[in-house]
Design a protein around this ligand. Structure first.
Ligand code: AMP
Length: 285
């Protein structure tokens, strides 16, 4: 695996792949790699002859009060994991490379970035869309891989790619969980032992609502209340939102009468870690 830090080197490597007629699969990450990230590599390996992963903690998607400076950065471990999983190239640019002085071009994807996560993190998706577009322009992959774990991010990027005619195919990979149902996430390292013990309640609440959906419940309030009751009974988290949203627009809906997502975000009381999860509730139109 080659590890490169500059845009120029990445472009040269890309030109070599193109000359050899090789399809490139790309996985943008912020590092602190776990098996969830590596499942994206596995998917890319199956479909592409070359796999490029980026590891870059993007400052423009963090608000000043968020965890940018303490976000885990175990770079040598990431390098070993990426190589073992089958990456051919690890692209780890510096901030100066990505955001030179007087940088001022940002991508705004509109309404979808202002809902749910966008309410709690107002400029987050502007930073995400900007860095993802930059990385896609640098790597120029045939396919780019994203996790369903970050469902709203997938919708934002899909809209950006469609509306700005970005020549890449997006592939979405299912959420990988620990065996107790907890979503694998780089931020789980922040959880205290007690918070980690309670964390399975997050997916259990969603599972209960999904069971009710499968038994015929379609009212979004009823489904959200099932989840809320489960979380309140545990008393382990502060609920930030529980919502049923249209899978394409992320507008909240009153009834599951189309493809939707049930999305939750909770904050833990001791470490203040945000735990996000979602399930698909695919109501017939
Ligand atoms: P991050 O490093 O958190 O920005 O994540 C990089 C990519 O990996 C994003 O597309 C995430 O949605 C995806 N990802 C992170 N965790 C998981 C997981 N547990 N299962 C599937 N994909 C994931």
């Amino acid at each position: 695996m080659e590890t490169i830090h500059t845009i120029q080197e990445m472009r040269q490597l890309r030109a070599r792949f193109r000359a050899a007629g090789r399809a490139v699969g790309f996985i943008p990450t912020m590092g602190a790699l776990h098996d969830g990230h590596l499942s994206l590599v596995t998917a890319a390996r199956q479909e592409c002859s070359h796999v490029v992963m980026s590891v870059y903690v993007n400052p423009t998607q963090f608000a000043p009060n968020e965890d940018f400076s303490r976000y885990p950065r175990p770079f040598e471990l990431d390098r070993a994991r990426a190589e073992e999983a089958g990456c051919d190239v690890l692209f780890a640019p510096t901030d100066a490379e990505m955001y030179p002085a007087r940088f001022a071009s940002y991508v705004n994807v509109g309404d979808v970035t202002e809902r749910l996560e966008g309410v709690l993190r107002p400029d987050h998706y502007r930073g995400v869309a900007t860095v993802v577009l930059k990385l896609i322009n640098i790597v120029q992959p045939e396919k780019a891989y994203f996790g369903q774990k970050d469902a709203q991010q997938v919708v934002v990027i899909r809209k950006m790619v469609d509306e700005l005619n970005v020549p890449v195919a997006l592939e979405v990979v299912p959420t990988l969980r620990h065996c107790d149902g907890v979503v694998m996430s780089s931020r789980n390292v922040f959880l205290t032992a007690r918070e980690r013990e309670h964390a399975p309640v997050i997916s259990q609440g969603l599972q209960r609502a999904r069971d009710a959906f499968q038994a015929g419940a379609r009212d979004a309030t009823v489904l959200c209340d099932i989840v809320r009751e489960c979380y309140e009974r545990s008393g382990a988290f502060k609920v930030e939102y529980i919502a049923v949203a249209d899978a394409q627009t992320f507008e909240e809906v009153a009834a599951v009468d189309r493809p939707t997502l049930l999305l939750v975000s909770c904050k833990t009381p001791e470490s203040g870690t945000r735990l996000l999860d979602n399930v698909v509730l695919d109501g017939a139109r």
